[in-house]
Design a protein around this ligand. Structure first.
Ligand code: GLU
Length: 426
């Protein structure tokens, strides 16, 4: 049984459009720029054949939606999930545009993926699916045009296959100039030390800075996490290092609780051996998934899929802080209820932006032919994200507005300024 609600596709797009329109109204966004940002530049749908292990050919559908590139090449992840479709990808691509703009990166926004349940395929099949998808994408991606990265159910192995496939289609003299076609690669193949922890680290850092501004530390704070993949794991790792206590985890298979604290490293090792499932972990007890969001805690980290906290369950949330590790986990109705109840939401475009900030450093490292140590990388990510955090906080206080509204105002204003400076071709 699935315990993580699968995102309602239409409403992810509804959510991002509602958030955008609200901001556009409040800042009186230039009407022409509003028109441009309301649509996605390109929506690519690819059907491609792959030979399965049993010799039969299966047809797959892959997507890449490029929302806007006013600030630089398109950037954003690729996910492998049964819910992936063009509306999902549109919503997620828009969130990437806001995220990269807010972080002050020279990127636009894109997103895509393949509509599959990756657990249903062998490693060999996943490799062939990924390579054939990359080949089908062709020149729609490129190191200075559109740069994919990992997302839900994709990882550094997926990116290594993509980079190799893309580079193999180029003349050998140009091979190395194309390494930064994707980010989130393995460290041995052009990847960045620390990229895999950067999203979770950013989630932790934004929570830490929020409490710091309140004059509090993380010691003794109880937190719960939905999704124990890369983001959920690394956020938990850093939070517990600062003395916070992980009391419950929910994934697609089970919801587990231990009020005394769940051992993060042990749970991660356990789940890795079970295709990412936390079910049956001896250091916690299984509980009713419906009661998860209502658990008494300080911090709730939804780090799985979109539309998890909605009008249906937002009233039950007891946490003081919701830190959006995932993209779009709180819908606009859920947000309204949570804000009325005095909950602070650290919005996705800030909270999980450590990932794309890490990607930016990987891209720069490849472009400049440099190699940085883990320590250097973490310092760079820390500095960049801390600056962005305080910018958003400054606007929250100045405008007496919520964090998402402040983040959106900063993100959209930056794009508006760029358009006004350059005008519209021709
Ligand atoms: N998939 C991640 C996100 O949603 C990372 C994107 C990237 O690094 O390009 O932010």
């Amino acid at each position: 049984m699935t315990t993580i609600k699968e995102a309602t596709k239409k409403s992810m797009l509804d959510n991002v459009m509602q958030q955008f329109n609200k901001t556009a109204d409040s800042i009186k966004l230039n009407p022409n720029i509003r028109k441009i940002l309301s649509i996605t530049n390109n929506e690519i749908i690819l059907n491609f054949p792959v030979k399965m292990d049993n010799g039969e050919v299966q047809i797959f559908t892959g997507y890449r939606v490029q929302h806007n590139n006013a600030l630089g090449p398109y950037k954003g992840g690729l996910r492998y999930h049964p819910t992936v479709d063009v509306d999902d990808a549109k919503a997620l691509a828009m969130w990437m545009t806001w995220k990269t703009s807010l972080a002050g990166l020279p990127y636009g926004g894109a997103k895509g993926g393949i509509q599959i349940d990756p657990t249903a395929y062998s490693i060999g099949e996943l490799e062939r699916i990924t390579r054939r998808f990359t080949y089908a994408l062709g020149e729609n991606i490129g190191p200075e045009h559109d740069i994919p990265a990992p997302d839900v159910n994709t990882n550094e192995q997926t990116m290594a296959w993509m980079a190799d496939t893309f580079m193999s289609t180029k003349p050998s003299s140009e091979r190395s100039r194309n390494q930064h076609v994707v980010t989130g690669k393995p460290v041995g193949s052009g990847g960045l030390e620390g990229r895999n922890r950067s999203t979770g680290y950013g989630v932790y850092l934004t929570i830490k800075l929020l409490y710091k501004s309140r004059g509090e530390s993380l010691k003794g704070k109880k937190f719960i996490v939905q999704g124990f993949g890369n983001v959920g794991y690394w956020a938990s790792h850093f939070l517990t290092q600062d003395g916070a206590i992980l009391i419950a985890v929910q994934d697609a298979h089970a919801t587990i609780v231990n009020q005394k604290g769940i051992a993060v490293a042990a749970l991660f090792d356990y789940s890795k051996k079970r295709k990412g499932s936390v079910q049956g972990f001896s250091g916690a007890e299984e509980m009713d998934p419906k009661l998860f969001f209502g658990l008494a805690c300080d911090i709730l980290i939804p780090a799985a899929l979109g539309n998890q906290i909605t009008a249906e369950n937002a009233y039950s949330v007891k946490a003081d802080v919701i830190a959006e590790g995932a993209n779009g986990p709180v819908d606009t109705d859920g947000e309204k209820i949570a804000l009325e109840n005095g909950i602070t939401i650290i919005p996705d475009i800030l909270c999980n932006s450590g990932g794309v900030i890490g990607s930016y450093f990987e891209w720069l490292q490849n472009r400049n032919g440099e190699l940085w140590s883990l320590e250097e990388v973490m310092q760079k990510i820390d500095k960049k994200l801390t600056e962005v955090f305080y910018k958003v906080e400054g606007l929250v206080e100045e405008g007496e507005i919520d964090w998402r509204t402040a983040a959106y105002i900063l993100a959209i204003t930056r794009i508006e300024t760029a358009y006004i400076q350059r005008g519209i071709f021709p």
